[in-house]
Design a protein around this ligand. Structure first.
Ligand code: TXA
Ligand code: MG
Length: 330
């Protein structure tokens, strides 16, 4: 380990206490969640929130997700009418704690920095046991974007956070590799009769539709960026060029190119062949995707990465295609 870099904080009870104290005294701590690692700070502490933006080099126009422990804490952070509360409660019963973020009308006590001056706030109740214990021990609401430099691939291990934020983020709570490996599904629930899918993720649109009993629409392609400010065309991107191919149609490649298969090929003739899963199971593909992109991005002498895309499909297939699409944009 590089001596200049601090040790990880372990996910033990003592480690969680230490992280909780750091957060309570206004420091930022990178934290594990079931989706990706987040860069957490006390959502009610303006200086801590500013620090999150600074560490990530994130523009102030891109609002943060606030994480909470109990559903009832929603009342502290949002101002809901009856139908918004009913819809949120249904989704809570079905998917929380878990990889779902809801955009709701904000309570005035939520700082404008957190929401980038909008009148809505994004809320998530995460499932990772260490993150839940941390929320409980700290008694804080934690603002946490993914713990990567703005625009780069999200981190799914503590080491990824250290690799790309290094000394800018001295406190990293290690909770092992993230279970789902893709960021949460984001749904705008301000009009519960017309929910909008702002970001596809581990919880499929169809799953949300079946719980709410209404259709979930996609943001209109022409809609201005104020609806889904973080949904940039290019995002989650490796520095090395990424090229996408339909499954089963990877080209032959030169020595300076890598290939990514969705599942282990029966035989491979490439020097730089990699795969995202043994059997092609999409949850496994999702879990390994960002990690493999980071590994290949760091390889010397690789000038292009060719990757298979899963065919269009519900749920996680859609989320994987979304992330690959953005990661491959120049
Ligand atoms: O899985 C996740 O959601 C992870 C973990 C750490 O919880 N967090 C995450 O945060 O992915 P971040 O900041 O990387 O992505 C959050 C997205 C951004 O695109 C942001 O623009 C959008 O949520 N967002 C936040 N607040 C919003 C709001 N009030 N209205 C619309 N979009 C919002
Ligand atoms: Mg992010």
């Amino acid at each position: 380990m590089d001596a200049a870099l601090p040790a990880f904080i372990s996910g033990s009870e003592a480690g969680i206490q230490q992280a909780a104290q750091l957060l309570q005294s206004g420091h930022c701590v990178a934290v594990p969640t079931e989706t990706v690692y987040g860069l957490a700070g006390d959502a009610m502490n303006e200086a801590a929130v500013r620090q999150i933006f600074a560490i990530k080099s994130r523009p102030f126009i891109d609002p943060l997700i606030v994480h909470l422990h109990d559903f009832d804490q929603l009342h502290d952070l949002t101002q809901l009418n009856e139908s918004q509360l009913t819809a949120a409660r249904r989704l809570d019963e079905a998917f929380w704690p878990g990889p779902l973020t809801l955009v709701l009308p904000k309570h005035e006590r939520v700082h404008d920095l957190v929401t980038a001056n909008r009148d809505s706030v994004a809320i998530r109740r995460p499932a990772h046991p260490i993150m839940r214990k941390l929320l409980e021990a700290s008694k804080l609401y934690l603002a946490a974007p993914s713990a990567n430099p703005f625009g780069y691939i999200s981190p799914t291990t503590a080491q990824h956070v250290r690799d790309s934020l290094n000394e800018r983020c001295p406190h990293i709570l290690d909770g092992g590799p993230c279970e789902s490996g893709l960021e949460s599904t984001i749904v705008d629930l301000r009009e519960p009769e017309r929910p909008i899918l702002l970001r596809p993720g581990p919880i499929g649109k169809e799953m949300i539709e079946s719980v709410l009993g209404v259709e979930v629409s996609l943001p209109a392609p022409t809609s201005d960026s104020s609806l889904a400010p973080g949904m940039l065309e290019r995002h989650y991107s490796p520095t090395t060029r990424l090229l996408l191919h339909p499954a089963g149609q990877l080209p032959s490649v030169s020595e300076v190119e890598a290939r990514i298969y969705l599942k282990r090929p029966p035989f491979s003739d490439g020097k730089h062949d990699y795969w995202l899963s043994e059997s092609g199971e999409l949850p496994e593909v999702a879990k390994n995707l960002f990690s493999l992109l980071r590994t290949l991005d760091a390889l010397e002498g690789i000038q292009a990465i060719h990757c298979e895309q899963p065919p269009p499909g519900p749920g996680i297939a859609n989320a994987i295609r979304d992330r690959l699409g953005r990661a491959s944009k120049r």
